[in-house]
Design a protein around this ligand. Structure first.
Ligand SMILES: Nc1ncnc2c1ncn2[C@@H]1O[C@H](COP(=O)(O)OP(=O)(O)OP(=O)(O)O)[C@@H](O)[C@H]1O
Ligand SMILES: [Mg+2]
Length: 295
């Protein structure tokens, strides 16, 4: 049995962007599926707006009305045989919002919001007639169409060319602020995380090993795994050559039966690590799961 995620707990405030970051296979997409109830957790709760989401139709409808998903690959959420107008208005139809005329108006409005103009022309096209960046804007428009309270974005820009990645992020950031949408932004890219997010949870093999405000976690990482992730992307600082003592994590696919999952790769591993460390809080908003006190 694979435990894709275990003992995960986090909350997202209204209008907040919470980043879930971690390498491939760390459980990011699994968490997204659990939130949307497209897979069932063995245990645990999803609480939305103070109420637990159960498995009855009414609860599922509530989470699906309020929480929209953006996938890495636009074709995961758009049907290539449908026109853009139908793709964007589909969530309105599914949730029986408005009549045909109102839906058409909303489609135009939302295509303009994502800067796909002239909207009247775009809506008549098929997905293959658009560029990759435009298709991902269609996915964003579709997600926004029913005015969700939360958007779950699973690597939304990682398939885009670097040159248009920044534009898409800027657009999401602008609309997120304008409509105070909460975002769960899933990524392996800490640079975009810092640009877009306010808080971050660092996942390692299905566990959150560090969590806190973005700047606290990325500028003062406390878990050796977070430090290694940051060292891997940061430029050497000429002002502070002592900082060259970079953390090198070992390349290991060794699995671990007990204790901290990072043991096989950790440069600080010790006996104690055979007992899994709890996520301990060091100040109000910053917590990490490690026995070592890094400075
Ligand atoms: N249906 C499944 N059956 C068995 N194992 C699964 C299944 N789905 C996911 N897993 C495993 O669970 C772990 C987490 O997978 P998940 O897709 O959530 O990772 P991820 O962080 O989204 O990775 P990526 O960055 O590659 O998208 C992986 O070890 C994966 O192989
Ligand atoms: Mg994934």
């Amino acid at each position: 049995m694979v435990k894709a995620t275990d003992d995960i707990s986090f909350s997202v405030e209204k209008g907040e962007v919470f980043v879930l970051a971690g390498e491939s296979g760390s459980g990011k997409s699994t968490i997204a599926k659990l939130i949307l109830k497209s897979i069932e957790a063995d245990s645990g709760k999803i609480i939305f707006d103070g109420q637990e989401i159960q498995n009855d139709q009414k609860s599922l409808e509530k989470i699906r009305m309020n929480c929209q998903m953006i996938h890495q690959d636009p074709y995961d959420s758009i049907n290539p045989r449908m026109k853009i107008a139908d793709i964007v208005s589909e969530p309105l139809e599914i949730h029986k919002i408005g009549n045909n005329e109102m839906r058409k108006k909303r489609v135009i409005e939302v295509l303009q919001e994502v800067k796909l103009e002239p909207a009247e022309d775009i809506m008549k096209k098929y997905p293959h007639m658009l560029s990759g960046g435009q298709r991902q804007r269609v996915v964003l428009a579709r997600a926004l169409s029913i005015k969700p309270k939360i958007i779950l974005a699973d690597e939304p820009v990682s398939m885009l060319d670097v040159s248009i990645r920044a534009e898409m992020l800027e657009l999401m950031h602008e609309l997120q602020k304008k409509y105070e949408i909460s975002f769960i932004y899933i990524t392996h890219d800490l640079a975009t995380a810092r640009y877009f997010g306010q808080r971050i949870g660092i996942l390692y093999l299905g566990k959150i090993v560090e969590m806190g405000l973005i700047d606290d976690v990325l500028l003062k990482p406390r878990h050796p795994y977070t430090q290694a992730l940051i060292d891997a992307i940061s430029e050497p600082d000429p002002e502070n050559l002592n900082r060259i003592k970079k953390i090198r994590i070992k390349d290991s696919d060794g699995t671990i039966d007990e204790g901290c999952k990072f043991q096989p790769r950790c440069p600080y591993v010790m006996d104690k690590c055979k007992v899994e460390p709890d996520l301990k809080t060091i100040d109000e908003k910053h917590s990490f799961a490690c026995y070592v006190e890094l400075d």
